[in-house]
Write a protein that binds this ligand. Structure first.
Ligand SMILES: [Zn+2]
Length: 587
């Protein structure tokens, strides 16, 4: 953290509005009192308990305790390191970031080298597609698949000639062989390296920040496999990226919706026909990581897969993963048995919208309809039972209990069976299917011991102190706090209070542990800035100190009363005064 000059951090903080950053992830963020309130992106909840205080530039969730400044928010929600979060926000704020990440460790140095090699490869492949005579087949192939020039440009499609053409260019550029091999661009075997991709159309795969992290590559002939992805590398994990997400991210962010498709060609066709919110997993089943990635930007997803049996099954599996992650899901079938990209090219975007998307249904209905289509007619009791159980297995993935019961009701009606039987069956399904479900992120609950660890008395002093730091620092002392946490927070406060954005910095103070920081972020969103608090703090501290002294001398006064101790007039007088001050009745 010390590597980034504080003035750069301050510059970024002053230009970025935390409420604006948060609003991208918390669509229902609304102004409420002195802070904005919305549903927490870090835990599942129905009523908003996530607060952002724009004045303080801090956030706090009263549900799960998450809190901090804008950097902490971005790190947590995008799963970034501190310097990455700073870079992102710097870019957003238009602040030139002068520090280099030289000192940030070997790991990130290698990452940078890998990304550099991959970016170079993307450029090389693109250049080949546009210029190389050998790419003629590739150009013809893309034209036959009706990929437009603009789409080809937007997705930076390329062509890999193979042999060692790429290696030769990379070597000339001075890229290290081991990095190229690690990035999966050349084979790592002994001797003269060979290119990994041979005579294939190249689809660069970008992460959500826009960096090329790997490639998908398609043969144009009968080569096997039809699609080949980059091997996994420190920057590429195919289960954690979605093809086309970055290319359409601004649209996805705007409408908070996405279309999940099956393949690269579907995504490109969708973008080309006016649906830039389309993205796809990389030729594998949708993973919980991908669902979580999607959820950050689009809480609502339409699944549009191929209309063959395999496509339908994949659509149902994908829907289940999305449902488990808490997304709202619709499934749509492409009419006339076509694949989405064929349909789009043949009938256009409007038909896709009207005949496909507009007719999307709940994944439960989609699955029920598909199963009914291939069931014997009239429906036998056995067929009802088997369809019922299969659809229930999907319904159990829905975290929302109301939705779950509505879908069950719907299924009972469609199959003409009793809802009670389905509910009982569901209870059993949950019992033995539970192991197969992807793990739910455990919602962190505030610790029950929180009150003991951080008593309201200390919270009250700190809240007033935060409202008027200058005056507070002159009035309160460490002994005014009764808890260890209170004293620690007070010390951290004294350290930062004179600097700029002391409140945002305090919310992420390194000297505090997570629970203490959570207390700080809570108090910060609760407090404003007010000069009146000086008087209030003075009164509070006086009473607090009087009470403390009172408790100290009470036993001695009692002993005097019982004759166990000689009378002490000075102490008695002090006692009476304290009783008056604290409005306690003396004895
Ligand atoms: Zn929360």
């Amino acid at each position: 953290m010390g590597l980034i000059p504080p003035d750069i951090l301050e510059n970024i903080r002053s230009r970025v509005d935390i409420a604006e950053v948060v609003a991208q992830y918390v669509p229902d963020l609304r102004l409420s009192g002195r802070s904005s309130k919305g549903r927490c992106p870090f835990h599942q909840e129905k009523t908003p308990s996530f607060h952002v205080n724009a004045e303080r530039q801090t956030f706090h969730c009263f549900g799960c305790g998450a809190g901090g400044d804008v950097f902490a928010f971005l790190m947590k929600i995008e799963n970034l390191g501190f310097s990455e979060a700073v870079e992102r926000l710097a870019e957003r704020a238009g602040v030139p970031v002068s520090w280099t990440r030289e000192s940030s460790g070997a790991g990130s140095q290698e990452r940078r080298a890998l990304l550099e090699a991959l970016a170079f490869a993307a450029e090389f492949y693109r250049d080949c597609l546009l210029k190389s005579p050998r790419a003629e087949t590739a150009r013809k192939y893309l034209a036959s698949r009706k990929v437009s020039e603009q789409a080809s440009e937007a997705f930076q499609l390329g062509y890999a000639p193979g042999g060692s053409e790429f290696w030769a260019a990379a070597e000339k550029k001075g890229l290290a062989r081991e990095i190229l091999a690690k990035a999966g661009l050349i084979s790592a075997k002994e001797g003269r390296p060979r290119d990994y991709f041979f005579d294939r159309v190249i689809f660069p795969i970008r992460d959500a920040k826009g960096a090329v992290v790997g490639f998908g590559a398609r043969t144009m002939g009968d080569g096997v496999p039809k699609y080949l992805n980059s091997p996994e590398s420190p920057v590429f994990s195919k289960s954690r990226v979605l093809y086309g997400l970055w290319e359409g991210l601004s649209a996805v962010r705007r409408v908070r919706k996405a279309i999940l498709m099956e393949g690269y060609m579907d995504v490109i066709a969708a973008h080309q026909h006016g649906f830039p919110i389309a993205c796809a997993p990389l030729g594998t089943a949708l993973t919980p990581d991908q669902a979580a990635l999607l959820k950050r930007y689009a809480p609502s997803v339409a699944v549009v897969f191929d209309s063959d049996k395999a496509g339908e099954a994949a659509a149902v599996r994908g829907s289940a993963v999305l449902l488990s992650a808490g997304l709202s899901v619709r499934a749509a079938a492409v009419p006339s048995g076509k694949d989405p990209d064929e349909f789009l090219h043949e009938f256009g975007g409007k038909a896709f919208k009207d005949e496909c998307l507009a007719k999307s249904e709940g994944p439960d209905q989609f699955l029920t309809r598909k199963l009914l289509a291939s069931a014997p007619k009239p429906l036998t009791p056995e067929a009802k039972s088997s369809i019922g159980r299969e659809v229930l297995a999907l319904i159990t993935k829905v975290p929302d209990e109301i939705l779950k019961s509505e879908w069950t009701k719907r299924l009972a009606k469609t199959l003409d069976v009793s809802e009670g039987a389905l509910s009982r069956e569901m209870g059993r399904a949950v019992g033995h299917k539970a192991v197969r479900m992807p793990p739910e992120p455990a919602a962190p609950k505030p610790a029950p011991a929180a009150a003991a660890f951080f008593p309201p008395e200390d919270a009250q002093v700190l809240r007033l102190a935060f409202e008027n730091p200058g005056a507070a620092a002159a009035m309160a002392v460490e002994d005014d706090f009764i808890s260890h946490a209170g004293r620690k927070i007070w010390r951290a406060f004294l350290e930062v209070k004179d600097g700029p954005s002391w409140d945002a910095r305090l919310s992420v103070a390194e000297s505090l542990d997570e629970a203490e920081r959570s207390c700080v972020s809570r108090l910060l969103v609760e407090s404003g800035k007010s000069a009146d608090s000086e008087k209030a703090l003075e009164v509070l501290l006086a009473r607090r100190r009087a009470l403390r002294r009172l408790r100290e001398i009470e036993p001695q006064i009692r002993d005097m009363g019982a004759g166990k101790r000689p009378k002490d007039a000075v102490l008695q007088e002090e006692y009476l005064r304290l009783c008056l001050a604290t409005k306690r009745r003396g004895n």
